[in-house]
Design a protein around this ligand. Structure first.
Ligand code: ASP
Length: 361
């Protein structure tokens, strides 16, 4: 059955590649009967209500064992094993947990008997974890991050189908070398593109600028275009065993009547970088511009992103980035800009070099 699912995946992918001329990674699995490791971190996908039908619930209350047992069909797709890495709502994800997850995932990917890793995660910061891993993992093996917006005990929970599709994607040869992927609600997304767009709807994960990476229908999945962004084995970022924290980068949110207060607050807390969730095309008030220009002169790296949710922030449009010493976030939203800037600041605070990174990643 596992071969059957893999062959159907490859056959449908091939058909689409021929008809659409859009695909560059097709092929059957090179090796069979390998393990797909599910690493659970918590989140609503493992959430439990006090009583079925109640709106409130606790994130991460269910174990990885329960997540796997809830989808008996997984045995038709892969030899699945599970490990619990954490049990938090993803609002509590932080650099310490990212580093633990990076090490746990790297360890699994290094095992010759493990083919792929699926990470079950809360949806609130799922895109951030996926992007962090996308930049720091050093493997071509598929890594798929999956979440759900309804707790495991909810009527019509979306977790089981999402885990099923995520595992099918993870075990496909076509997923290799695409960097970290996100699978939810019958869609496949690239880590650099995906963002959460709705508070509670299962159709929350979107790739607003370049579109989704592919689609799934009950385990029949196809990929569209590959990503042109650098990731994993092609990423210059690497996190050694000695790393225990990441540089502090703050996000300040722009709005009508924005004062310099939040910027001063971030600097007082020791921020090495500041990302502005700007209005419109990465804009902000004159008060904010002046405070950030002064900060940039002291070596703090300032990145202009946008609170809008889609679009590209380019250099020198309404803001003279060259004169002020700013970086334009291009396609990255504020939360992903923060991660890229954290990783960049581990080796440089040179604005031109960091601008090139925002272009490449
Ligand atoms: N607060 C939850 C979390 O991110 C929400 C979810 O998973 O959908 O862990």
């Amino acid at each position: 059955m596992r071969n059957f699912v893999g062959q159907r995946f490859a056959a449908i992918t091939l058909l689409l590649a021929i008809t659409m001329g859009m695909l560059n990674a097709v092929g059957a699995r090179a090796d069979q009967a390998q393990i797909t490791m599910i690493l659970a971190t918590g989140g609503t996908i493992a959430g439990k209500q006090a009583a079925p039908g109640q709106p409130g619930y606790v994130s991460g209350a269910d174990s990885v064992k329960s997540l796997i047992e809830a989808v008996p069909e997984l045995k038709d797709v892969a030899d699945v094993e599970g490990k619990q890495v954490s049990d938090v709502g993803s609002q509590n994800m932080d650099a310490k947990l990212w580093l633990e997850l990076l090490r746990a995932t790297s360890e699994e990917l290094a095992r010759p008997d493990v083919d792929a890793v699926v990470i079950a995660h809360g949806t609130d910061t799922l895109e951030e974890t996926a992007y962090f891993l996308n930049l720091t993992l050093k493997s071509d093996k598929p890594v798929v991050v999956v979440g759900a917006v309804r707790p495991a005990t909810a009527l019509s929970a979306d977790g089981p189908m999402n885990i099923y599709n995520a595992t099918v994607v993870a075990t496909s040869a076509a997923a290799r070398g695409r960097g970290v992927l996100v699978v939810m609600n019958d869609e496949i997304h690239y880590a650099a593109e995906v963002t959460k767009t709705n508070t509670t709807n299962p159709d929350t994960m979107k790739s607003p600028n370049r579109g989704r990476a592919g689609v799934c229908d009950t385990g029949e999945c196809v990929f569209f275009s590959p990503t042109s962004k650098r990731h994993t084995t092609d990423s210059a970022f690497s996190i050694g065993d000695e790393v225990t924290s990441l540089p502090y980068v703050a996000i300040v949110y722009a709005h009508a009547g924005m004062t310099a207060g939040p910027i001063k607050g971030a600097l007082a807390e020791g921020a090495k970088g500041i990302v502005v969730a700007g209005v419109g095309d990465g804009n902000m008030s004159d008060a904010a511009l002046d405070a950030l220009t002064a900060a940039a002169k002291t070596g703090v790296v300032v990145v202009r992103s946008s609170r809008v949710g889609s679009g590209v922030v380019r250099r020198n449009i309404e803001v003279d980035d060259d004169t002020r010493g700013f970086v334009a976030a291009e396609e990255l939203n504020p939360q992903k800009s923060r991660i890229l800037l954290q990783l960049a600041l581990m080796t440089t605070n040179e604005v031109g070099t960091i601008q090139d990174m925002f272009h490449a990643y």
